[in-house]
Design a protein around this ligand. Structure first.
Ligand SMILES: [Cu+2]
Length: 177
């Protein structure tokens, strides 16, 4: 994120110079530089780990035919305690890749604890036939930092700053009377 903070510093200077007699050099950043920054945000190799593992308690509510939340995100190495409760009939929870299984009776809570030591996205699904849409009762566990999100956020900020730069300073300044 050093790239972005460095960029915002540069632009903070640019924006604060807006409307005041700043030198033309401050107002202009070569378009090539913006492109380079955009490419860096999009393709710069991500550091292996960004967050330290923590203890996590996640409550999962199962109801025909969905889980809430449907997507669970944790950091690699997190110790995850998962609580599964059912609001109607008996539902199960099977996690691909980790081979974990849990069953919740209606009105009761089942729990298990595991370490999220495998990186990636893993589908979980209901393991108890619960009705016509049972095969579609799925969700996802994401283990690892969401780099796609941060890259998208970085590019959005850059696009906004580039848009600001396109606003040309006016030759005359309006003075409050
Ligand atoms: Cu089911």
């Amino acid at each position: 994120m050093r790239i972005i903070s460095g960029l915002s510093n540069r632009y903070a200077h640019y924006i604060s110079g807006y409307g005041s007699p700043a030198s033309p050099a401050v107002r202009r950043l070569p378009p090539g530089a913006i492109l380079l920054i955009a490419l860096a945000i999009a393709f710069f190799p991500a550091p292996a780990l960004s967050a330290a593992p923590i203890e996590r308690h996640i409550h999962l509510d199962a109801k025909s035919f969905a889980y809430a939340p449907a997507v669970i995100a944790v950091n690699p190495g997190d110790r995850v305690t998962l609580e599964l409760s059912s609001g109607d009939v008996v539902h199960g929870w099977y996690l691909d890749g980790y081979d974990l299984d849990l069953t919740a009776e209606p009105g009761q809570t089942a729990r298990l604890t595991f370490t999220a030591d495998r990186l990636g996205a893993f589908r979980f699904r209901c393991s108890v036939t619960c009705g016509p849409l049972h095969p579609f009762m799925t969700g996802k566990l994401v283990v690892g930092p969401n780099w796609l999100f941060w890259r998208a956020a970085g590019l959005s900020v850059l696009a906004a700053l580039a848009g600001l730069m396109l606003v040309q300073p006016r030759p005359t300044h309006r003075q409050p009377r």
